[in-house]
Write a protein that binds this ligand. Structure first.
Ligand code: AP5
Length: 215
């Protein structure tokens, strides 16, 4: 299946995409992870994206569409895929549909995780990530075994620059303005599936699997 994960910052898109990857081997394309890697490596893309990401704003459509398509082309269509954080604007969704159509593919479901704003702020302020292997933790809800260090590789865990409170507010406003309209876009195509994103990650994953069986 080809899936899009929708939902505001902190809704749990990355957490759930990783579960599908672990159980079914479905490749995940996270434009946020790709951009953060470009920033770390100091590439041209990273240099352009960095100030926008740190300010909680979106990276321009032409840059993001290019990198998302490049990653999609590397996936065997038989495997399916999960798009996490892409598309994020109507022009990105239109470009995605048109590229998939050309290769005889389509999106099968757009899963939207709904989470109240105060829970999002609390999740993002407690998120800690491993800069080396991308593992994600939460203080205090899902802490690493050794405080401040990654369970997998021992690296020092970091707080994302854009998870600081003033940046989170901007990201939520950007989501409401530019990304929330995608729900209507996919609803018109009969593809939108809305899930309550509050509860344990395991409960939410169980809801997602029910949707996949029905779609
Ligand atoms: P991106 O990295 O995509 O960030 P985001 O969409 O803001 O999403 P997050 O990664 O913050 O949240 P998530 O929903 O994945 O939650 P997670 O599972 O980590 O984008 C970053 C930036 O890159 C953007 O602002 C933009 O600048 C740029 N960008 C990226 N894509 C772009 C695009 N297409 N166009 C333009 N610009 C783009 O969970 C969050 C925390 O909550 C974790 O600590 C986790 O452990 C915890 N948690 C998860 N689920 C639960 C649960 N059920 N209960 C309790 N805690 C939970």
């Amino acid at each position: 299946m080809n899936l899009v994960f929708l939902g505001p910052p902190g809704a749990g898109k990355g957490t759930q995409a990783k579960k599908l990857l672990e159980e079914f081997g479905m490749p995940q394309i996270s434009t946020g992870d790709i951009l953060r890697d470009a920033v770390r490596r100091g590439t041209d893309l990273g240099k352009k994206a960095r100030p926008l990401m740190e300010a909680g704003k979106l990276v321009p459509d032409d840059l993001v569409v290019g990198i998302a398509m490049e990653h999609l082309r590397q996936i065997d269509p038989a495997q399916g895929f999960i798009l996490d954080g892409f598309p994020r604007t109507i022009p990105q969704a239109v470009a995605l549909d048109s590229a998939l159509k050309k290769s005889g593919q389509k999106i099968d479901a757009a899963i939207s995780l709904r989470v109240p704003e105060e829970t999002l702020v609390e999740r993002l302020s407690g998120r800690r990530s491993c800069p080396k292997d991308g593992s994600v933790y939460h203080v205090p809800q899902n802490p690493s075994k050794r405080e401040g260090h990654c369970d997998q590789c021992g690296s020092i865990l970091l707080q994302r620059e854009d998870d600081k409170p003033e940046k989170v507010r901007e990201r939520l406003a950007v989501y409401a303005r530019q990304t929330a309209p995608l729900e209507a876009y996919y609803d018109k195509q009969g593809l939108l599936r809305v899930i309550n994103g509050v509860g344990s990650p395991e409960d939410i994953y169980a809801q997602i699997k029910k949707i996949l069986v029905r779609s």
